[in-house]
Ligand binder design. Structure first.
Ligand SMILES: *[C@@H]1O[C@H](CO)[C@@H](O)[C@H](O)[C@H]1NC(C)=O
Length: 408
C-alpha cells in the first residue's frame, strides 16, 4: 500500500498534475455554487444578468437635449404609468420599478406594464426594500431624478393590514433614500405624499402651511412620517426633495379600490353601491383631480426640482425641500359624483346611504394650489364631468363592454 502510494507520487510532475486536478475541481465547484446562487436570485427576484442590464440601459436612453434620466417607482401603478409615459414621450430616459403586489388585481398592473413596454419603457420587477437591487440600478444608470410613487395606498385597508403601510411607506422609503444618498451623482427626488396628511384639519382650502399633525388613518400617518423622513435626508445629506400632496386622483387606468372605480363596476353589474355620509347628514366631498393634471404637476415638479448637493454620502450645501398640493380646487360631493357616473353609463345606481364609520376617511378635501401655480405654473384644466367621461370610456373598453353589454 505504502509502496504503491509511493510509486504513484514518484515524480514531482505527477504530484503537480494531482495538485492541478484538485485546483480545477475546487474552481469548478465554486463556479457551480455561484451559478446556483445567481440562479436562485434570478428566479426569486427576477432581476440581474447581462440581458436585464441591457434592457435597463435601453430604457434609460435620452431622446432630447437636456433630457433627464428618471427612475419611476410604482411604475405599474396608476399615477406611475401615466408619468412614465409622459416622460418617455417628451424624450426623457425612463426606467420603471414595481413589485406587482396583489393589493388589487395584478392583471391590471400587468396590462399597464405591457402598455409601458410598447412605448419602450422597461419595468424592473422588484421591491424598494431591496437595497441590492437599488444599488445595482444606480450602478447601471446615473439617474438624475427619482419619481417615487411606489406606496401602499388606501385608507381603510390599513385596518386590515397595517404592516404593509410600514413596509412600503416607511421602510421602503428609507431604503430608497439610502440608495439615493449614496448614489453618485445623487438624484433629485419627487415623491407622492398625500392630501390625507391634512387629516382633521378644518380650515379650507388646505394650504401647505396648515397643520398636519392630526392624521385620521395609518395611511395618512405613514405619509406624514414620509414628509419628516425626507426632510432629514434633505437636511443631513443634501438630497433635493419635493413632496406632492395628491388630492383624489382619478382617470383611465385608475385604481380599482377607489370609489369612482368600484361605483362604475357595481352600477354596470346592477349591484348596490355604498355611499357614505358625514355627521348631520352632510355629504362627503372630494377635490377630485384628473390624472392628466396630476401628470403635468409631476413633470413640473421634476423640471423645477433643483439639484441634490451631496456626494459620497456627504452634504456639500443646502438643497431644495419643497411640498406642494396637487388638487383641482373644486370639491364635488359624492352623490354628485354618482350622478355624473349614472349619466355617463346611462344606468341608475342602487344607492345604500350609510353614516360614515370612523375608519380613516375625512369628510372633505379642498386644495389651495397657489404654491404649485407659482413654482411651475400648475393649473388643472379638467373638471369631474369631463374627466369621468374619459374614465368611463376607458373602463368600458378595457373590460370589454359594448353598448352597455359585456362582450368578453
Ligand atoms: C393659499 O396658499 C398661499 C401660500 O401658497 C397663501 O398665501 C394663501 O393665503 C392661501 N390662500 C387661501 C385662500 O388660504
Amino acid at each position: 500500500m505504502n509502496r504503491q502510494f509511493h510509486r504513484c507520487f514518484a515524480s514531482t510532475s505527477t504530484m503537480f498534475l494531482w495538485a492541478l486536478f484538485l485546483v480545477a475541481l475546487t474552481a469548478s465547484y465554486l463556479s457551480f455554487q455561484s451559478f446556483v446562487d445567481s440562479g436562485s436570485r434570478y428566479f426569486s427576484a427576477s432581476w440581474g444578468g447581462i440581458q436585464w442590464e441591457k434592457q435597463v440601459r435601453n430604457s434609460a436612453q435620452i431622446h432630447r437635449s437636456g433630457g433627464m434620466l428618471v427612475l419611476v417607482t410604482g411604475s405599474a401603478g396608476f399615477v406611475g404609468t401615466h408619468v412614465a409615459l409622459a416622460l418617455k414621450k417628451r424624450g426623457d430616459g425612463v426606467v420603471g420599478l414595481d413589485n406587482f403586489n396583489n393589493y388589487y388585481d395584478p392583471s391590471l398592473k400587468m396590462a399597464r406594464k405591457a402598455l409601458l413596454n410598447s412605448h419602450g419603457i422597461f419595468v424592473v420587477e422588484g421591491d424598494i426594500n431591496d437595497a441590492k437591487l437599488l444599488a445595482k440600478l444606480f450602478d447601471t444608470v446615473a439617474f438624475t431624478h427619482v419619481m417615487h410613487l411606489a406606496a401602499q395606498a388606501g385608507v381603510r385597508y390599513a385596518m386590515e393590514n397595517p404592516h404593509s403601510y410600514v413596509h412600503s411607506n416607511i421602510a421602503g422609503l428609507v431604503t430608497l433614500l439610502e440608495a439615493c444618498k449614496s448614489a453618485n451623482p445623487q438624484p433629485s427626488i419627487v415623491w407622492a405624499s398625500s392630501s390625507s396628511v391634512y387629516g382633521l384639519n378644518e380650515k379650507v382650502p388646505f394650504s401647505e402651511s396648515d397643520r398636519t399633525d392630526q392624521p385620521a388613518s395609518l395611511y395618512a400617518a405613514t405619509k406624514k412620517a414620509g414628509e419628516e423622513i425626507t426632510h432629514t435626508y434633505n437636511h443631513i445629506y443634501g438630497l433635493s426633495i419635493t413632496g406632492l400632496r395628491f388630492f383624489t386622483v382619478y382617470g383611465p387606468w385608475g385604481r380599482p379600490d377607489m370609489a369612482y372605480f368600484s361605483f362604475t363596476r357595481n352600477i354596470l353589474q346592477g349591484k348596490p353601491i355604498t355611499v357614505y355620509r358625514g355627521k348631520n347628514h352632510v355629504d362627503l366631498a372630494r377635490d377630485f383631480t384628473y390624472i392628466d393634471d396630476v401628470v403635468k404637476g409631476c413633470l413640473g415638479s421634476l423640471d423645477t426640482s433643483g439639484k441634490s448637493t451631496g456626494s459620497g454620502g456627504k452634504k456639500r450645501g443646502p438643497a431644495p425641500y419643497r411640498v406642494f398640493n396637487l388638487g383641482n380646487t373644486s370639491p364635488v360631493t359624492v352623490p354628485k359624483l354618482v350622478n355624473i357616473l349614472e349619466r355617463h353609463l346611462k344606468m341608475k345606481a342602487k344607492k345604500k346611504i350609510i353614516e360614515m364609520p370612523g375608519n380613516g376617511d375625512v369628510p372633505f378635501t379642498h386644495a389651495n394650489i397657489s404654491a404649485a401655480q407659482k413654482a411651475f405654473g400648475y393649473r388643472p384644466t379638467t373638471d369631474l364631468q369631463t374627466g369621468l367621461k374619459k374614465f368611463v370610456r376607458w373602463y368600458l373598453q378595457y373590460y370589454g363592454y359594448h353598448h352597455g353589454k359585456r362582450v368578453n
